[in-house]
Design a binder for this molecule. Structure first.
Ligand code: NI
Length: 388
């Protein structure tokens, strides 16, 4: 059988696996059932050496016995704390948990890829390493843990993909260089002095100060950073007060900073502190600022990305290639790319004609399942190119 026939044959199984996983979502670092399902499925495929690098992750190695490169392919497996609002039969059966980012699809596609590649192992050289990662959605993420457990030892190149709802099914999104941002988090508390709302002069109003802090932080992007550089500063939560006639004693906020340039990234906390310090000082308030760096930038290396692009052109045709802009979303696939040159690409999964229009992390998020076949096909052909 040709590789394409093998992919066609496994398609229904990949759909079934995805639906099973979709029905049984598990949150980050709690992927016990998912990991067991993946392990058992891989153990039913001949020729794979299956291990559990960490409590809820799985790795399978396909060693061809012939000298060659080691290609790692990574899928993430975790779900999100969202109550699903889809009505289809295979909707989540677990209250408050949902595969709203498509990691169920990633896991199913990689299982399908493992099955197809093990059936064509005699045509390959080197090794394929299938990495089923836990906890992508929750910092510090599962990637670093798996790397510490040795999953990237000896790997020559690494690839991964994300199903992508904003991109139409049939398209593959490819970005060279920086592809996904470094996502950092901050927390600010403004300490004022509470009191009667009718006598504001006897208080230090943390809401008024906090409002100026929110505005001030916007000037980091518009006035303190080179307009040709890319950075996002978003305050996403502001909590203060209890009722209409009391000025509270403090206000809490949190938010995210997204950037691509490492130097710029390093400079943001100090800029932020300067604004917060100056504004609170002017009002006689005090502050606490906590800043935490998240994942690194997903950076697509040029030769591996060219391999992905050439493969997509061969398998799906020129029209399938979508030269995407980078996204400000974050991904701990970046950790694998620090250990080997790699490419993270996007598999179009949206389809307005079928009503598949909801964004990632939405309670009605879903994918066009035709994307599963496309994803497996592309993975299989990339492996065939890299390892022959
Ligand atoms: Ni995701």
């Amino acid at each position: 059988m040709t590789s394409d026939e093998l992919v066609t044959n496994v398609h229904q199984q990949v759909v079934d696996w995805r639906r099973h996983l979709h029905q049984n979502p598990e949150l980050s670092f709690h992927e016990q059932d998912t990991a067991m399902f993946v392990q058992e499925t891989l153990e039913s495929v001949s020729g794979l050496d299956v291990t559990r690098p960490t409590a809820t992750s799985v790795m399978a190695r396909l060693r061809t016995g012939r000298p060659g490169k080691v290609l790692a392919i990574r899928a993430d497996m975790d779900a999100l704390p969202i109550q699903e609002e889809n009505q289809f039969e295979f909707r989540s059966q677990r209250p408050g948990a949902m595969h709203a980012c498509g990691h169920d699809a990633h896991t199913a596609m990689l299982l399908g890829t493992a099955k197809v590649l093990s059936a064509m192992a005699d045509q390959l050289s080197g090794e394929v390493r299938f990495i089923f990662q836990h906890a992508e959605e929750l910092f510090p993420g599962g990637a670093d843990e798996m790397i510490q457990a040795g999953v990237m030892d000896g790997v020559d190149l690494v690839i991964g993909a994300h199903v992508w709802a904003p991109l139409e099914v049939g398209k593959i999104g490819i970005v060279y260089g920086p592809a996904m941002a470094a996502p950092d988090t901050f927390w600010i508390t403004i300490h004022g002095t509470g009191g009667h709302a009718a006598m504001p002069h006897q208080t230090v109003d943390p809401i008024v100060v906090g409002a100026q802090v929110v505005s001030g932080l916007q000037h980091i992007v518009s006035r303190a950073v080179d307009p040709l550089s890319t950075v996002v500063v978003s305050v996403t939560q502001f909590v203060a007060g209890t009722t209409h006639n009391v000025i509270p004693g403090s206000a809490q906020m949190q938010g995210t900073v997204r950037s691509f340039d490492p130097e710029l990234r390093e400079s943001v906390p100090a800029l932020m502190e300067r604004f917060v310090k100056g504004i609170t000082h002017a009002h006689g308030a005090t502050y606490e600022l906590k800043y935490e760096q998240g994942y690194r930038v997903v950076h697509n290396e040029s030769t591996v990305t060219a391999l992905v692009e050439d493969t997509v052109r061969e398998v799906l045709g020129e029209a399938a290639i979508d030269t995407m802009k980078p996204t400000m979303g974050g991904e701990d696939f970046s950790a694998f790319q620090e250990r080997a040159p790699g490419c993270f690409f996007f598999v179009g999964a949206g389809n307005p004609t079928k009503g598949i229009v909801h964004p990632h992390h939405h309670p009605r998020f879903t994918i066009d399942e035709d994307a599963l076949d496309i994803g497996v096909r592309v993975f299989v052909h990339i492996a065939a190119r890299a390892l022959t």
